[in-house]
Design a protein around this ligand. Sequence first.
Ligand code: MRU
Length: 361
Amino acid sequence: MKVNGVAYRSIWPIGQRSVGIIDQTRLPYELHTLELADWRAMVTAIASMQVRGAPLIGVAAAYGIALAANQDADEAALDAAGQQLLASRPTAVNLRWAVQRMRARLDALPRSERRAAAWREADAIAQEDVAINRSIGSYGSALLAQAYARTGRPVNVLTHCNAGWIATVDYGTALSSVYLAYDAGVPLHVWVDETRPRNQGLLTAWELGGHGVPHTLIADNAGGHLMQHGKVDIVLVGADRVGREGDVCNKIGTYLKALAARESSVPFYAAVPSPTIDWQLGDALREAPIEERAASELRIVQGLDERGRRASVELASPASAVANPAFDVTPARLVTGLITERGIVRPDQLASLFPEAGATR
Ligand code: MRU
């Protein structure tokens, strides 16, 4: 997608030597790019959320393995890098998927061929991510066009967190539908949840604004009220891990949106690229690993001061205990549909779209 007229992706290889990323910890205040030349720097970038969003951290991990292969393509060295990449963030299953795919490709090759193959495979994963998201957008945008055709007024979408192009390589998952519908002339408006404590809603607002999509930033607690008053036509979110029964693990607070949506008869959809499906996951509520992040994310807010300089302000007393679970699980029964690259299905039909996944269950 474009930023100030310049086309960007969120991650890109630099001559099979290093990897470029947009440092998302500096958004939306400044667009700053980084060049990572070592797999350890990629581990840090994922853990610190310089790169974030389930599809993007999967691709970042794939490039992390390629960076590791630049240094040493031995099994033991790749194991060490893979383990640290896997431990960098626990919830998004895309990371495990990408590391396993990279290893399956490389382990089948003699050591001398692994380095070049690693870059080819990571590039392929990145390209596939773009194609998957484009396809999700084509199905989801049709949903938005239908909503417009039904009501004849602009479609009000509510989204949580950031499931846009910077959470992926390009286009986004949930927001891909919004961009494609908007480009096709469907009148729409997006309610953007702020998404405390990391405020990924600010990234969503930045993205939408950059594309010209009408949107309004709201406090996380406003969604239920808006739904009760008929101001939301559809809730559209991303996903970090979806179980085989269609339970959706996504950014903390998603579950409350789904509950409010059910109470107000607002359809609730999650955009789900296939690498986000964990076919080994049965009861997601009990089994999905939920990341607990640092207390400082809640205690300290970051922004710009009155002179436009980056500043931090302490909100909560260090004496107060803080809990910071970063994800929750929306049970399949609250999900109207899953938007995948192969079409839109009810959660209980997910497996029918991916018959080849049966072997991994
Ligand atoms: O903690 P983050 O910012 O990496 O969270 C992931 C997300 O961006 C969201 O949960 C999103 O809905 C899924 S990724 C498209």
